[in-house]
Design a protein around this ligand. Structure first.
Ligand code: ADP
Ligand code: MG
Length: 328
């Protein structure tokens, strides 16, 4: 059944699961603007990520999973800055107003919005090729943001969680039902979750505000994203390759080399990569332990530019691989 724009917003987006009250959100969906209140002494952090069909996700993919991913990757940027989520806005372009699709999409969004107490505060809805643009807003104490530019020579480099799960899952997700049907149910769900349910490390980011010197979330792969920290900080790095926490996703055809390459060059992990002075290492371990989150020291910041991958076969790093770049 077709809906007009206003009916669509009322029915699917201006609903309690998505547009619930939250501290700092004074006025949500329904007027010309949303109104936000930033507490004294705090700053507003904003970030936007847009997902296009056939570029960022396969055509025809499950709308509930798609919505989850779209909001999760945005929250990951707040996490990387050390910000606490406040609310988000949604720019949605749709080929048609399919109620079944919209209901599933809104459900996925609502699940994540509630998990992170981050309500939908407004947006725009238009007709066109499927694209999902989300902007998140968050807050953090003034001057406490974890920027890319703060890494210093001698700092230890850490990553949270495991690296490469999403890149390992990608060929199966793109292969669709036929590729996935060979896997046992539990493994198939793990593959889909690896790709569609990245866990934004929101609590970890906030815990690291006083401990880390620089941070980034891993969206384009370790080689590329650590490169951004190094460039912004004017330093280099050495990574102990055997320390990388490789994917443990159960994919029978995957070799160790595949897992290593996924960890180094694969995108879409949304784990945090951060640097910190060696004297903070105990406090970092304790902070992550309290959150039940694995953290691994993988190397060190050094003076000379670039990344030295210590202990890796020289051909493991494909020349020129620096993550996905649009228009490249
Ligand atoms: P305007 O014409 O003043 O820009 P709209 O008609 O686009 O307003 O939107 C009406 C209200 O619905 C606004 O409060 C807007 O933020 C909200 N809205 C529109 N699209 C969405 C959406 N996709 N998600 C959430 N809120 C939306
Ligand atoms: Mg208006």
């Amino acid at each position: 059944m077709a809906l007009d724009e206003f009916e669509l917003i009322r029915r699917h987006f201006a609903v309690a699961e998505l547009s619930f009250p939250a501290p700092g959100l004074v006025l949500g969906i329904g007027d010309d603007c949303a109104l936000l209140e930033v507490p004294p002494g705090e700053q507003l952090a904003m970030s936007m990520d847009c997902l296009q069909e056939d570029v960022h996700f396969p055509a025809g993919c499950d709308p509930r999973r798609l919505a989850e991913k779209a909001l999760r990757v945005n929250l990951s940027d707040l996490a990387a800055m050390g910000a606490a989520p406040l609310c988000f806005t949604l720019g949605l372009s749709l080929p048609q107003a399919d109620t079944g699709w919209l209901a599933a999409f809104a459900q996925g969004l609502g699940d994540v919005a509630q998990q992170f107490r981050c309500p939908l505060a407004g947006g725009d809805t238009t007709r066109g090729p499927l694209s999902i643009c989300i902007q998140v807003q968050g807050t953090l104490p003034r001057g406490k943001a974890l920027q890319r530019s703060g890494a210093r020579v001698g700092d230890i480099i850490y990553v949270t969680g495991r690296l490469g799960d999403s890149a390992m899952a990608l060929p199966l997700v793109l292969g669709g039902d036929s590729a996935l049907s060979d896997l046992p149910d539990a493994d198939r769900e793990a593959v889909l979750r690896a790709y569609y349910h990245p866990e934004p490390r929101v609590a970890a980011g906030q815990g690291l505000r006083d401990l880390a010197s620089a941070a980034i979330d891993l969206s384009d792969g370790l080689a590329s994203d650590l490169g951004h920290i190094l460039q912004a900080s004017g330093v280099g790095a050495e990574i102990d390759v055997e320390r990388l926490p490789l994917s443990e996703l159960s994919i029978p055809t995957a070799t160790e080399r595949d897992r290593l390459q996924a960890a180094i060059s694969g995108g879409d992990d949304y784990e945090l990569c951060f640097t910190a002075a060696p004297e903070n290492s105990e406090r970092i371990q304790r902070c992550m332990q309290e959150l039940g989150l694995a953290v691994t020291a993988i190397g060190r910041i050094r003076e000379s530019a670039g990344i030295e991958w210590r202990g890796a076969a020289p051909d493991i790093i494909e020349p020129g691989v620096t993550g996905y770049r649009h228009f490249h």
